[in-house]
Write a protein that binds this ligand. Structure first.
Ligand code: ADP
Ligand code: MG
Length: 702
């Protein structure tokens, strides 16, 4: 199936000179190729990018060589001084000089015959390596390169440095790479002509050559046309594959769930508030998608407290108007129960049957729920991972909703949608994912955003406070409690571990109880579920008014009249998490505050994070800052959610290219949905090169 022109690139790295089974295994490790599925191919090797380079153009005399710098020296070899027999730990020394001075070349565990061949007494040689100073005398331990003056052209002037692994020498990787370059076949250009020209991109093979055989250290920078070209190739392959999947799955499946108004109108009438403009718009967008015969793939982004749940509920009601069942999956039990508590009463008023399914519904109760789900009596089911277990069957799952999607992996998403026949899908997230990440993670998914918060919300006053001044804070808390306020106190860990000074929630709970009595409650992840419920319910009803909690309250928990949050050891939390936690307050028209307790010394990043928190409440600004401060992987939990990592593209540096790649992919498929034109054929090669050939199977055979 793979076009034969690509064969040279898809041959084993064992075909390279000097690469035997042992080196192949080490290379596989560096290239992250699982040897169980076969040896790495040349294309894998070529896609390994150097992270830096060594500049050997610095030709100096011994006298001018800087200590610690890489220098390339032309030397006359003098005396050899092998270690005395039996003294294996003493190095072999070779003394050499030029007109300016002398230098000692030092070799440990060296083979005398090899050294005599490389460094013949009286010979003229070029050596390159790091100059050191030993007892006031210049020396070089294990020069990186030794050549004769006659062969000096073979010395790499700018040497790329690759990620490596123990036992694998830099020289071996570099040599294999140079040989691999010679195997790149002539390939047609798959990039759009005008774009390619405008960006001054080299051809594919040239781009690889420029990076693996650089002439200047600047050649390997992320911003060079060569590197940008390769990054664009990778991004385009990714976007094209996603767009193909989307085009084909949409075409294959989907059903119309038109808006009749029978349930939705009743639901709207029973809402205790007016929907915001943003909610109306999101509902409208989702409603249109549901009504269309194509499958919906939509992301609903809305900052914490923006009111996503009711949007989801109206979507589920619309599905029910066409006898479609809906499932809402949440990442934690607390959250699933809370959704259920909000949704069930409203849904019932609209004549919809709801059910809850978590790990706690067992035995007969579970059987009963599963039976009525299968018979179609339940319109809306809300739950945790329990929803994707075996034995959970729907009569007609028409809409799958995933809340706080970054907590779930791609396979879990698929497992849920797999319970129906390509149901419409809505994913909701409170992490305001920057556009770039939406694209890499989901491809061309449609996005609805809730940008405004429900009316009447007041800004949250955020302050930082060193832990030493906790007493001041406790005094203020005491006043707040007397005034009837409710507050959260967040601690990072459940138990004090021996080698950590994190304050345990239980310990903090005891200290605060001594001071404030039975007004204090406690909830943490290691509690039995029933106890957790009681703790949350007590806080909601006001039986307790100071809730000590771990991050179990991070996502979604909704107690609108809580107005103060204290986050202990805030320096240990990531930005996204701090933002989520802070979002637990500011959910009503009461003024609210957030105190970020921290312990000195603060790292530069921790300080920056706390500053961001003080300066803004805008989730999108925070997400962008988060991306800047810690790189793209963590923010979305992309590693965990199974988004393939990029080898050549760097989301920060090549951001602009991603958007172009998305538009390019869309245009390509509009004009040539089967990739049959000459450019389409070339693009098929691109998909193979970046292992996106799964997408090719979706194309018409032949
Ligand atoms: P999130 O987007 O974080 O999931 P929720 O859906 O939990 O937010 O809503 C947060 C709170 O705001 C809930 O108590 C909800 O009832 C309330 N709410 C939602 N929409 C509105 C609105 N339009 N006006 C007033 N309150 C609203
Ligand atoms: Mg929510």
């Amino acid at each position: 199936m793979r076009p034969p022109v690509l064969d040279p690139l898809f041959s084993s790295i064992r075909s390279l000179t000097g690469v035997g089974p042992k080196i192949a295994r080490m290379l596989a490790k560096v290239l992250d190729v699982d040897m169980a599925t076969g040896e790495p191919w040349l294309i894998d090797l070529l896609q390994l990018m150097p992270h830096s380079s060594i500049d050997r153009r610095n030709r100096v005399t011994v006298a001018d060589a800087q200590e610690g710098a890489i220098a390339t020296l032309e030397l006359t070899v003098g005396r050899h001084q092998p270690p005395l027999p039996g003294k294996r730990n003493i190095p072999y020394r070779v003394f050499a000089h030029d007109t300016s001075g002398s230098i000692t070349l030092v070799f440990f565990h060296a083979q005398a015959s090899w050294l005599q061949g490389q460094l013949p007494v009286g010979g003229q040689v070029i050596v390159s390596g790091k100059v050191e100073c030993f007892n006031g005398q210049p020396s070089m331990v294990h020069p990186d390169h030794i050549t004769t003056v006659a062969d000096s052209a073979a010395l790499p002037l700018v040497e790329p440095v690759y990620p490596s692994t123990a036992g694998l020498s830099a020289k071996t990787v570099a040599r294999a790479m140079l040989e691999a370059l010679t195997h790149i076949p002539a390939l047609p250009e798959w990039q759009e002509k005008h774009f390619h020209q405008r960006e001054d991109f080299p051809a594919y093979a040239q781009a690889l050559a420029r990076i693996h055989a650089p002439q200047d250290p600047a050649d390997i920078a992320l911003t060079t046309p060569a590197r940008r070209r390769l990054a664009y190739d990778e991004l385009l392959a990714g976007q094209l594959a996603l767009a193909l999947v989307r085009l084909k799955t949409r075409r294959l499946s989907g059903r119309a769930l038109p808006l009749h108004g029978t349930c939705t109108n009743r639901l709207r009438d029973s809402l205790p508030f007016r929907l915001t403009q943003g909610q109306e718009q999101a509902i409208d967008e989702i409603s249109t998608d549901l009504a269309a015969p194509e499958r919906m793939l939509r992301l609903l982004q809305g900052d914490v407290g923006a009111g996503k749940t009711v949007v989801a509920l109206l979507a589920m009601a619309q599905a029910a108007e066409s006898e479609g069942q809906s499932a809402l999956m949440a990442p934690t039990e607390v959250l699933a129960r809370q959704h259920f508590a909000t949704i069930a009463p409203l849904a019932e008023k609209a004549g919809l049957q709801t059910a809850l399914l978590t790990g706690r519904e067992k035995g007969c109760e579970r059987e009963r729920i599963l039976a009525s789900l299968q018979q179609g009596q339940i319109h809306i089911i809300i739950g945790t991972h329990a929803l994707i277990q075996e034995g959970v069957e729907f009569r007609n799952l028409a809409l799958a909703i995933i809340d706080e999607q970054h907590r779930f992996g791609v396979h879990q998403r698929l497992q849920l949608t797999g319970k129906g026949n390509a149901p419409d899908m809505l994913v909701m997230t409170a992490t305001p994912i920057p556009r770039t990440l939406v694209l890499t993670a989901f491809g061309d998914m449609d996005v609805s955003r809730l940008t405004e918060k429900p009316a009447g919300r007041k800004p949250i006053k955020t302050a930082t406070l060193p832990a030493e001044r906790m007493e001041e804070l406790l005094t203020r808390i005491s006043h707040a409690l007397s005034a009837g306020e409710k507050l959260y106190w967040i601690c990072p860990l459940v138990e004090e571990s021996e080698n950590s000074d994190l304050t345990a929630a239980t310990e903090r709970f005891e200290v605060l109880t001594q001071r404030f009595g039975d007004m204090v409650g406690l909830v943490h992840g290691k509690m039995p579920a029933a106890q957790k419920d009681v703790a949350m319910a007590d806080f909601k009803t006001g039986k307790t008014r100071l809730l000590v909690a771990t991050t179990v309250v991070e996502v979604g928990v909704d107690v609108p009249d809580a107005s103060i949050i204290v986050i202990e050891h805030s320096e240990r939390f990531g930005l996204a998490q701090l933002h989520q936690l802070r979002g637990r307050v500011g959910r009503s028209d009461k003024p609210s505050s957030c105190t970020l307790l921290y312990k000195e010394p603060l790292s530069a990043t921790a300080r920056a994070r706390l500053n961001v928190m003080r300066e803004t409440e805008d989730g999108f600004v925070i997400a962008e800052e988060d991306l800047r401060l810690r790189g793209e992987g963590d923010l979305l939990g992309t590693k965990q959610s199974g988004v393939p990592g990029f080898h050549l593209a760097d989301i920060e540096a090549h951001r602009d290219l991603l958007e172009t790649a998305r538009r390019d992919a869309r245009l390509i498929l509009e004009q040539d949905s089967e990739l049959e034109s000459p450019r389409g054929q070339a693009l098929r090669l691109l998909l193979y090169l970046f292992r996106r050939d799964d997408a090719i199977r979706l194309l018409r055979a032949g």
